[in-house]
Design a protein around this ligand. Structure first.
Ligand SMILES: O=C(O)C1=C[C@@H](OP(=O)(O)O)[C@@H](O)[C@H](O)C1
Ligand SMILES: C=C(OP(=O)(O)O)C(=O)O
Length: 811
């Protein structure tokens, strides 16, 4: 906090709940407390963290060397080094003299008056906390008395609408003053008056500042400090957006609460009905107890934005009304499900419990893993459902005729993003509840235009498969994702889709977001894929459902075939000959149950954990062993792992087995190139196996690893180097030198250290497992992303024998 950013005399105009709570919060932070108060500003030598440190303090406001340019007009100060004698003050102006007296009595303000001009002497920060419609008059009074304030005066306000207040300011001052910073604390209470002042009212709440291009940046900084001192988080936004957002998230709900309570009260004049109202009524209507005058003013001031919000709301209610009238259970369920999910998502945003939430909060909290060296690996566990199959179960279920029951669904952020996107396109989806999801299919042509862009988070699979599916819809869509996804190449799907007739815009370099134009007729193509990618293949097959004629895709090497299998399972014929598969457009999908096996990509971390840990004996149950996914099994077995497939069976068109692995010493190998696409997501963990194997492991023809959630070749090479594992990076692969010959024994294979996962879930999990053979602790930064593919990783890791602690740190 810069010294010059701290005010010395704050004037709060309007001493109600909002203004009073600001005074209380400033006092609680040590601002301007009366002498003798220990933590307060202006107290003598014992001042600690408060504004205005005494002599000798370097960090506090009021140190001598700063005062000439600082707050507080010169005439206020006693001569010499006398900062300590000059206390910061909180003054208040209110038309109600009793409120002022109460404020003084409560110790919230030093003094006050009913007339503004009499209080302006030497004031360097004015906070206008009067009702929105009183703003113009108060500003005019302020403009008239400005000469008495300090030269470096800053003015701010707390009004709930900003456009009207900006207009009032222009009217009062003749132009928008550069030292006026409009602001709005998103906090309140149905209580009013200074007696209800609460020093915690702003703690952890957001304050939106709406500076204009001409606003003085120092003034903005000073208002920021004011609110941060009150414990708030400060954001900036432009005035128009503020008013639109607030109309929807605050003004509309207040209008509805006032209206509902009024309607019920009129129907029952003796208010008997309220005796029978329970929690739902109380929760929904709490805000109907808010200050009527204040809210009248807000609706006058933000009329247009509120009317827009109300129109949208009325459309929504009309749709629901119709659904209720027609007994349309699917439509009701779709709306309730979407809303319920959105509400839970809002909760997770508030509590910061999900990766996406953290991402949206600009990763204010970094999740870090601290893994102790050593540990054993044993037990019997089941890892969560397969991510690739989970994405597809929702996609095909939504496009099918009938109801699809899914079990074993992965409740990770990636597949949940797919689920949410379909909800936004009008599909009723129940769950997930412990891996069970019920998808009420709408048929190939039953999706509805979403209200805004579809956000798929970190999921490359979702974005690429959606691109194909959405290219065939009648409506326009936009696909967006998180920072990592925004860097990943989408030209690989956009180019062939354009050949089919799709109209797609990408950002520079073929990156997301993707804007897909609806209503374009598609025709089948015969496509030779330049890279082995199941996502590209699946994208084209999904677009092929909507295309005229046949869509054929040739793959340079076999890739996972879940899309083909599931389409066939849904009665939609996909044929294959050699390296080419094809389908005819214009058919129909019939719903079928889907049992999602455990994800072999998640199981891999524990396979490697057991493979490298002397004495390990572990069973991973019900793991999908589709032949296009078992590269990791083949590679580990070639390296010498004692890995057996037990209890092999087929579940819903996918082969599964229990994987039983016991420790056996590993040796380095040249990884066969035909295994690369079959183990593409498993390499981060396999590199850890290589670091523990005797001799060198060589990987080539794996350039695809550079365009995953991170550049996985580089991320792993850098991390292994931190641990002291010798490696050499190639454009399309890596050589990893494992334990030196004769290094034998059960001791560590490398050191510890601090690793950057680069926000890539598989890098974070791979290095967690590496700790089992490290000599020292491994600390891994940026691990929130593990939740995209493997919720519950930490619990399972601990259960098998790793010592892994999670830490959060504000960034
Ligand atoms: O189709 C899929 O479900 C996936 C295909 C692979 O990507 P590519 O198609 O880019 O190789 C894989 O890396 C990804 O995790 C899931
Ligand atoms: C590459 C991966 O996923 P996606 O492409 O779906 O982001 C992965 O899970 O390793």
């Amino acid at each position: 906090m810069a010294r010059r950013d701290l005010p010395s005399r704050v004037l709060i105009v309007g001493l109600g709940l909002i203004g009073g709570s600001l005074a209380a919060a400033l006092r609680a932070a040590g601002f301007g407390a009366a002498e003798g108060r220990t933590a307060g500003f202006g107290a003598a030598e014992d001042r600690t963290a408060g504004f205005g440190a005494a002599e000798g303090r370097t960090a506090g406001f009021g140190a001598a060397e700063d005062r000439t340019a600082g707050f507080g007009a010169a005439e206020d100060r006693t001569a010499g080094f006398g900062a300590a004698e000059k206390r910061a003050e909180i003054l208040a102006c209110d038309p109600d003299a009793e409120e002022i007296a109460r404020g003084v009595e409560l110790g919230l303000i030093d003094r006050g008056d009913t007339r503004l001009t009499s209080l302006l002497d030497g004031v360097d920060l004015v906070v206008l906390a009067v009702p929105v419609l009183a703003m113009r008059e108060v500003m005019a009074e302020l403009a008239a008395g400005l000469g008495r304030a300090a030269a470096n005066l800053v003015i701010t306000d707390v009004g709930s609408t900003k456009g009207a207040i900006r207009e009032a300011a222009v009217a009062a001052f003749g132009e928008l003053p550069a030292n006026l910073v409009l602001g709005h604390p998103i906090a309140g209470s149905e209580k009013s008056g200074v007696a209800a002042a609460n020093p915690e009212l702003y703690a952890g709440h957001k304050v939106i500042l709406t500076p204009e291009p001409g606003t003085d940046s120092d003034a903005v900084a000073r208002v920021r400090v004011l609110w941060e001192t009150a414990g708030a988080e400060v954001l900036e936004m432009d005035v128009e957006r503020h008013d639109e957002v607030l109309a929807r998230t605050s003004h509309l709900p207040h209008l509805l609460a006032f209206s509902l309570v009024d309607t019920l009260a009129r129907q029952d004049e003796r208010l008997e009905i309220f005796r029978y109202a329970a929690g739902g009524f109380r929760d929904f209507t709490r805000i109907a107890g808010s200050d009527p005058v204040m809210w009248r003013d807000i609706f006058v001031a933000n009329r247009d934005a509120v009317l827009h919000a109300l129109d949208d709301f009325e459309d929504g209610v009309a749709r629901l009304r119709e659904a209720v009238e027609r007994g349309d259970t699917d439509a009701m369920l779709a709306t309730f499900d979407r809303a319920s999910h959105a509400r839970h998502y809002f909760d997770s945003l508030l509590n910061q419990t999900s990766y996406q939430a953290e991402y949206q909060m600009q990763a204010q909290d970094q999740l870090r893993y601290r893994v102790s060296p050593g540990g054993g690996v044993s037990g019997r566990i089941r890892v969560p459902g397969d991510k690739s199959i989970s994405h597809r179960s929702i996609m095909l279920g939504a496009l099918a005729e009938g109801v699809t029951e899914v079990s074993g669904f992965l409740e990770g952020e990636d597949s949940l993003a797919t689920l949410q996107a379909f909800r936004e396109m009008g599909v009723a989806i129940e769950g997930p509840h412990q891996g069970r999801v019920t998808v009420h299919g709408v048929g190939l042509h039953g999706l509805k235009a979403p209200a805004g862009p579809l956000y798929v988070g970190n999921a490359g699979t979702a974005m690429r498969l959606f691109a194909g599916l959405l290219a065939g819809q009648a409506f326009d869509t936009e696909l967006t994702g998180d920072v990592s996804l925004t860097k990943r190449p989408m030209g690989r799907v956009a180019d062939p889709l354009r050949e089919m007739g799709a109209v797609i815009e990408t950002a520079e370099g073929g990156r997301p977001p993707l804007r897909i134009k609806g209503g374009q007729p598609l025709k089948g193509i015969d496509y030779d894929m330049p890279m082995a990618s199941a996502q590209v293949k699946s994208c084209l097959l999904l677009a092929g459902l909507y295309a005229e004629g046949e869509t054929r895709v040739r793959e340079p090497a076999p890739t996972r075939d879940h899309t083909e299998r599931m389409l066939n399972g849904f009665g939609y014929k996909v044929e294959r000959q050699g390296d080419t598969c094809w389908l005819q457009g214009g058919g129909e999908l019939a719903a079928a149950p889907i049992d999602v096996p455990s994800d072999i990509s998640s199981a891999t971390f524990f396979l490697v954990a057991a493979a490298i840990t002397p004495g390990a004996d572990l069973v991973l149950e019900h793991v999908g062993i589709n032949p296009t996914r078992i590269g990791v099994i083949n590679i580990l077995q070639q390296m010498g792992a004692d890995l057996r497939l037990e209890n092999q069976r087929e579940v819903g068109g996918e082969p599964v087995a229990d994987l039983h692995i016991r420790y056996a010493p590993l040796k380095g190998i040249d990884i066969p190139v035909d295994q690369v696409p079959l183990a593409i997501d498993e390499f981060p963990a396999l590199f850890v196996a290589a670091a523990n194997a005797e001799g060198t492991t060589r990987l080539r023809e794996a350039a695809e690893l550079r365009v995953k959630e991170s550049d996985r070749l580089k991320a792993m090479a850098d991390g292994l180097a931190v641990l002291g594992v010798e490696n050499r990076l190639y454009e399309d692969g890596i050589d990893i030198v494992g334990r030196a010959e004769g290094q034998g024994g059960d001791g560590p294979s490398y050191g510890g250290g601090r690793i950057d996962s680069l926000g890539d879930h598989r890098i974070a999990m791979a290095f967690s497992v590496a700790a089992l053979r490290a000599s020292d602790e491994i600390v891994i930064d940026d691990c929130a992303n593990v939740a995209t593919s493997f919720p519950g990783f930490v619990t399972l890791a601990r259960r098998v024998g790793l010592s892994l602690e999670e830490e959060r740190e504000a960034s």
